[in-house]
Every structure is written in C-alpha cells, then in structure tokens.
Design a protein around this ligand. Structure first.
Ligand SMILES: Cc1cc2nc3c(=O)[nH]c(=O)nc-3n(C[C@H](O)[C@H](O)[C@H](O)COP(=O)(O)OP(=O)(O)OC[C@H]3O[C@@H](n4cnc5c(N)ncnc54)[C@H](O)[C@@H]3O)c2cc1C
Length: 472
C-alpha cells in the first residue's frame, strides 16, 4: 500500500467514525479523528447510557473488511429470534431466519471503544477527544477548514462527517444551495431498565432471544448482555393518558407495569431505581441530500440518515456506508484528481440515498409491526406461512426481514420485493379457510404463482398500502 500525502479529518468518534478512520488509514490516508467527548477510557466504558445494539450481516461485512472481526466477536452474543410475551406470561418464539442466521447483541459502549482503539493502533490515525466541531468552511485552495467551538481551525484535504444525528458538519451543509433536509421526531420516547441476573447468576429469560412485550401503544424489549443481564427498553408515548408525562410517582410506575407487563415485575427488583435514574430519550429521523460537497466533504452514518431503531439497522446501515465508500475508493487510481474524488463522492451519495430512504421507511413501518402486530395471531400465522414458502422456494421467496437483516441486497430493492410479497400474502391471508389450509402444498403453489404473475405484471394484484414516509 502506498502512503498518500492527503490528510483527512473524520469528525465524530462514534460507531461509524472509528471504523471509517481505520478504513481510510488502511488505504494509505493520514487521518485525524476528532470527537467532542472526553476520552471514554478516562470516563469508563459504562459511563453514560448502556444501550445494546443488534449487529447483523451488513454491519459484519464492514467489520470483516476492516479486519476487526475477531475482537468484535468476543463481545457479540448470538440472538436466534424474537420471543413474544403475552399478558398472561406465555412466551412464543419466532426464529429470525434459518438455523445458521443470527443477529448479535453488542454493547454500544464496548463496540465503540473497540472500533476507536483499533483505529488508534494504526500508525496513520491520530484520535483527538475534547474537540467539539462547530462546522467547516472551504478555503480558497478548495481545502477544508474544520472549525472547533473554541475558535481553533485545522486545515484538512477532506472532511468526513460521522458526528451522528445532530451533526455539526451537516449543519454547515444545510446552508448550501439546493441542500435538502428534514428532521422529524416520533411521538414515542424510550427509557432503559436493566434486568440483572437471577440470584444464582443466570439469565432470567432465554438468553438467545430478543424479548418483546408488544402492547399496542407500548412496547417493552430486552436484549441480552454477557454475564446474565439484559438491557431492557420501554417505548411509550411522551404524551397521552398513559404516557411518560403521566407516569410520575413510584406508584404510577408499579401500576403501569402491573397492568401491561405483569410478568416482568418479579424480574425487575430495581425497576423504580432505574426508572428514576434514567432519562426518557427521544427518537428522530433525519433525511438529507446530497451527502457530499463536491469531492471535499461527505457524511456517513446517522449524520446522513438517522432512522428509528425498530429494524435494528441504524448502525448496520452506517457500517454499510463504510463498506460501499471504501469499495469506491479502492477503484480510485493512484494520485486521483479532484474531479475523480468529486465524481466518487457524488456516486456514493447517489447510490446510498435511495437505500437510506428505504430503510428509514422500513424502520418506521416496523415500529408499528413490533408494537401492534407481533402479538397478533394473524401476523404470526402469516410469518409461519412465509417461512414455509421460503423453505420450499428459497430462490423465489425471500422474507423481507431476512433480506434486510441477512443479506446485502440494497435496502430499496428489499423494500420493493417486500411490498410485492406482501401483496401476495394479503390475498393468501384473505382466504376464508386459511387457518385450516395453511400447511397445504396448494398454498405454497398459489403464492409462488401469484408472485410470478405479479413480477411479470404488477397490475395483477392490488398494491399494499405504501409504508409511512417522510419525503426529501
Ligand atoms: C434506542 C436505540 C437503539 C438502537 N438499536 C440499534 C440496533 O439494534 N442496531 C443498529 O444497527 N442500530 C441501532 N441504533 C442506531 C445506532 O445507535 C446509530 O445508528 C449509530 O449509533 C450511528 O452511529 P454514528 O457513528 O453515525 O453516530 P453516533 O454513534 O451517534 O456517534 C457520533 C459521534 O460523534 C460525536 N459528535 C457529535 N457531535 C460532535 C461535534 N460537534 N464535534 C465532534 N464530535 C461530535 C459524538 O460524541 C459521537 O461520538 C439504535 C439507536 C437507538 C437510539
């Protein structure tokens, strides 16, 4: 590998900034990675909130490319499917994919630390904490001045903004002519509660599952940690009769849990303590376009496309940005010109934007599915039928969840395919005798025939309702 003279800035040492700095250095670029926070090694890894993330195939691809798979594997717990909990305490398991397909539960703090430390080990990467960026400006030579809140400014050849949903890099881009941008909060927030191991040190519920208590307007979720605990998250509306606003006293909290999640009460002896200690956090989506300013500035991860967490794809899609952009850089000739960098970053933005829009819509849609549908008998029957069709015709029928989670099919293609299969399933599920005939071969045949006809002529079936969308 030849070492280039160029010195790039990466602003934001989060999940994406760490791996992206490493990938640039592996391609011979000198990199300074800046973050506004103090060094987390001095603050301690568990300082701050301890959310767990589901890491899946798209994320693993970037992690493998950057050569850090073996260190990440050490903190990744395999999760085979979702376990639904009903009001009576009954549990129903739905496997996510085939027997070899898992998502992985990882601590966000630990993963972030690993990725930044692996970047820092590279001789071409320097990491600077306590550097809050305020934006950038392009100087007369076309180079980038990265500006910091204390008034300092550092010149770099290129700037990659990986500074998350409230990106300072994007805040400068917003002032550019023809830059589109929307940000939208959803009406629900979330609060974290830890489920500690039992007295004997064991997991209190199955460790290889993502647990869901779907309750319409509310949802409680639990993802396993190494060592027997679970990080649980309550999603609920900010406002309304039963909402974060109206659950105020300790008594209100207990009453709310007794009413909606009675089976969790004995498993959460620290419920009140955590409730009072942990904040209610909001969730918002961000869409913007384009993701680059010529060949000099580009956005990756949440700074370019923030989504709600309900498909477990926010980080995974940001990691996919890194895979795709690194593949484009690999095609650059030695001593590439500014025009070549510009067309490369244009291409990156144009390829990724439809994919990011699609996963945003899918994640908003899954918000409804997880809350309202996962506990629903018809939905569960549909999933079982789809699993049978996919098993009989793996080349023709690919469940949407698998396409999103266990494949590298662009999200926009996955969304189109998912809508097509849903149109077929709407007809299948409307058969009056479906509850008794669902295991018959004729159902599989009917589904495949309809799918083939629909692929040839989309007018053969009524299109399913479009998914929720925020347009930019
Ligand atoms: C409740 C919840 C659950 C989630 N679950 C999943 C999941 O299961 N799977 C999944 O794939 N995704 C999940 N996500 C999404 C995931 O957390 C994000 O997509 C991911 O963190 C984005 O990474 P990032 O590096 O782009 O941004 P961040 O991780 O937010 O990192 C941004 C970094 O930039 C720094 N920074 C910010 N501003 C500045 C500034 N002005 N100057 C310098 N530095 C700055 C920050 O300190 C931070 O280090 C979840 C999100 C939430 C909220």
């Amino acid at each position: 590998m030849s070492i280039h003279a160029e010195h790039h800035a990466v602003v934001g040492a989060g999940l994406i900034g760490g791996i992206w700095s490493l990938m640039l250095a592996q391609r011979g670029y000198k990199v300074t990675l800046y973050d506004r926070r103090p060094d987390p090694r001095k603050a301690g890894v568990d300082a701050g909130r301890s959310i767990n993330l589901a890491l899946s195939d798209r994320g693993w691809k970037a992690i493998k490319k950057a050569g850090v798979e073996s260190v990440v594997r050490k903190i990744a717990l395999p999760v085979k499917g979702r376990m639904m909990h009903d009001y009576a305490g009954n549990q129903f398991f739905q496997q996510y994919g085939n027997d070899e397909q898992f998502i992985y539960s990882v601590s966000r703090g630990r993963l972030n630390m690993i990725l930044v430390e692996e970047a820092e080990k590279h001789p071409l990467v320097e990491v600077k904490f306590d550097h809050p960026c305020s934006g950038y400006s392009l100087n007369n030579d076309g180079l980038v001045n990265v500006n910091f809140k204390d008034g300092r400014s550092v010149v770099h050849d290129r700037l990659f903004g990986t500074d998350g949903v409230y990106s300072s890099v994007r805040s400068t881009m917003i002032r550019n002519d023809r830059f589109n941008y929307t940000q939208q909060y959803i009406p629900h927030g979330y609060k974290e509660i830890i489920m500690f191991p039992s007295d004997s040190g064991d997991y209190r519920i199955a460790e290889n599952a993502l647990h869901i208590w779907p309750r319409g307007q509310f949802m409680f979720m639990a993802l396993p940690n190494p060592g027997g605990s679970f990080t649980c998250t309550l999603f609920a509306p900010f406002e309304g009769a039963e909402s974060f606003k109206n659950i105020q006293s300790d008594e209100d909290v207990v009453k709310f849990y007794q009413k909606h999640f009675p089976d969790t009460i004995d498993m959460l002896p620290n419920l009140i303590e955590d409730w009072n200690a942990n904040p209610v956090s909001s969730m918002c989506t961000v869409k913007c376009c384009p993701w680059n300013v010529g060949g000099r500035v580009a956005l990756l991860g949440d700074s370019a496309h923030a989504i709600v967490p309900f498909y477990g794809q926010g980080m995974n899609s940001g990691l996919e940005d890194c895979s795709i952009l690194s593949e484009l850089i690999d095609e650059l000739p030695e001593g590439a010109s500014e025009e070549q960098w510009e067309s490369l970053l244009d291409e990156y933005s144009q390829v990724r934007k439809p994919a990011a829009d699609a996963i945003l819509d899918l994640a908003l849609h899954n918000y409804i599915v997880m809350r309202d549908k996962t506990g629903d008998k018809t939905y569960q029957l549909q999933k079982k039928i789809e699993a049978r069709i996919a098993e009989a015709h793996p080349d023709k029928w690919k469940p949407l969840y698998s396409l999103v989670t266990f494949s590298h099919t662009p999200y926009d293609e996955a969304l189109k395919r998912g809508e097509m299969q849903q149109a077929v399933m709407n007809v299948i599920m409307s058969q009056s005798d479906i509850e008794t005939t669902w295991e018959s071969e004729k159902i599989i045949e009917l589904a495949i025939n309809m799918l083939e006809k629909y692929q040839a002529d989309p007018n053969t079936l009524a299109r399913p309702k479009p998914l929720l969308s925020v347009d930019v």
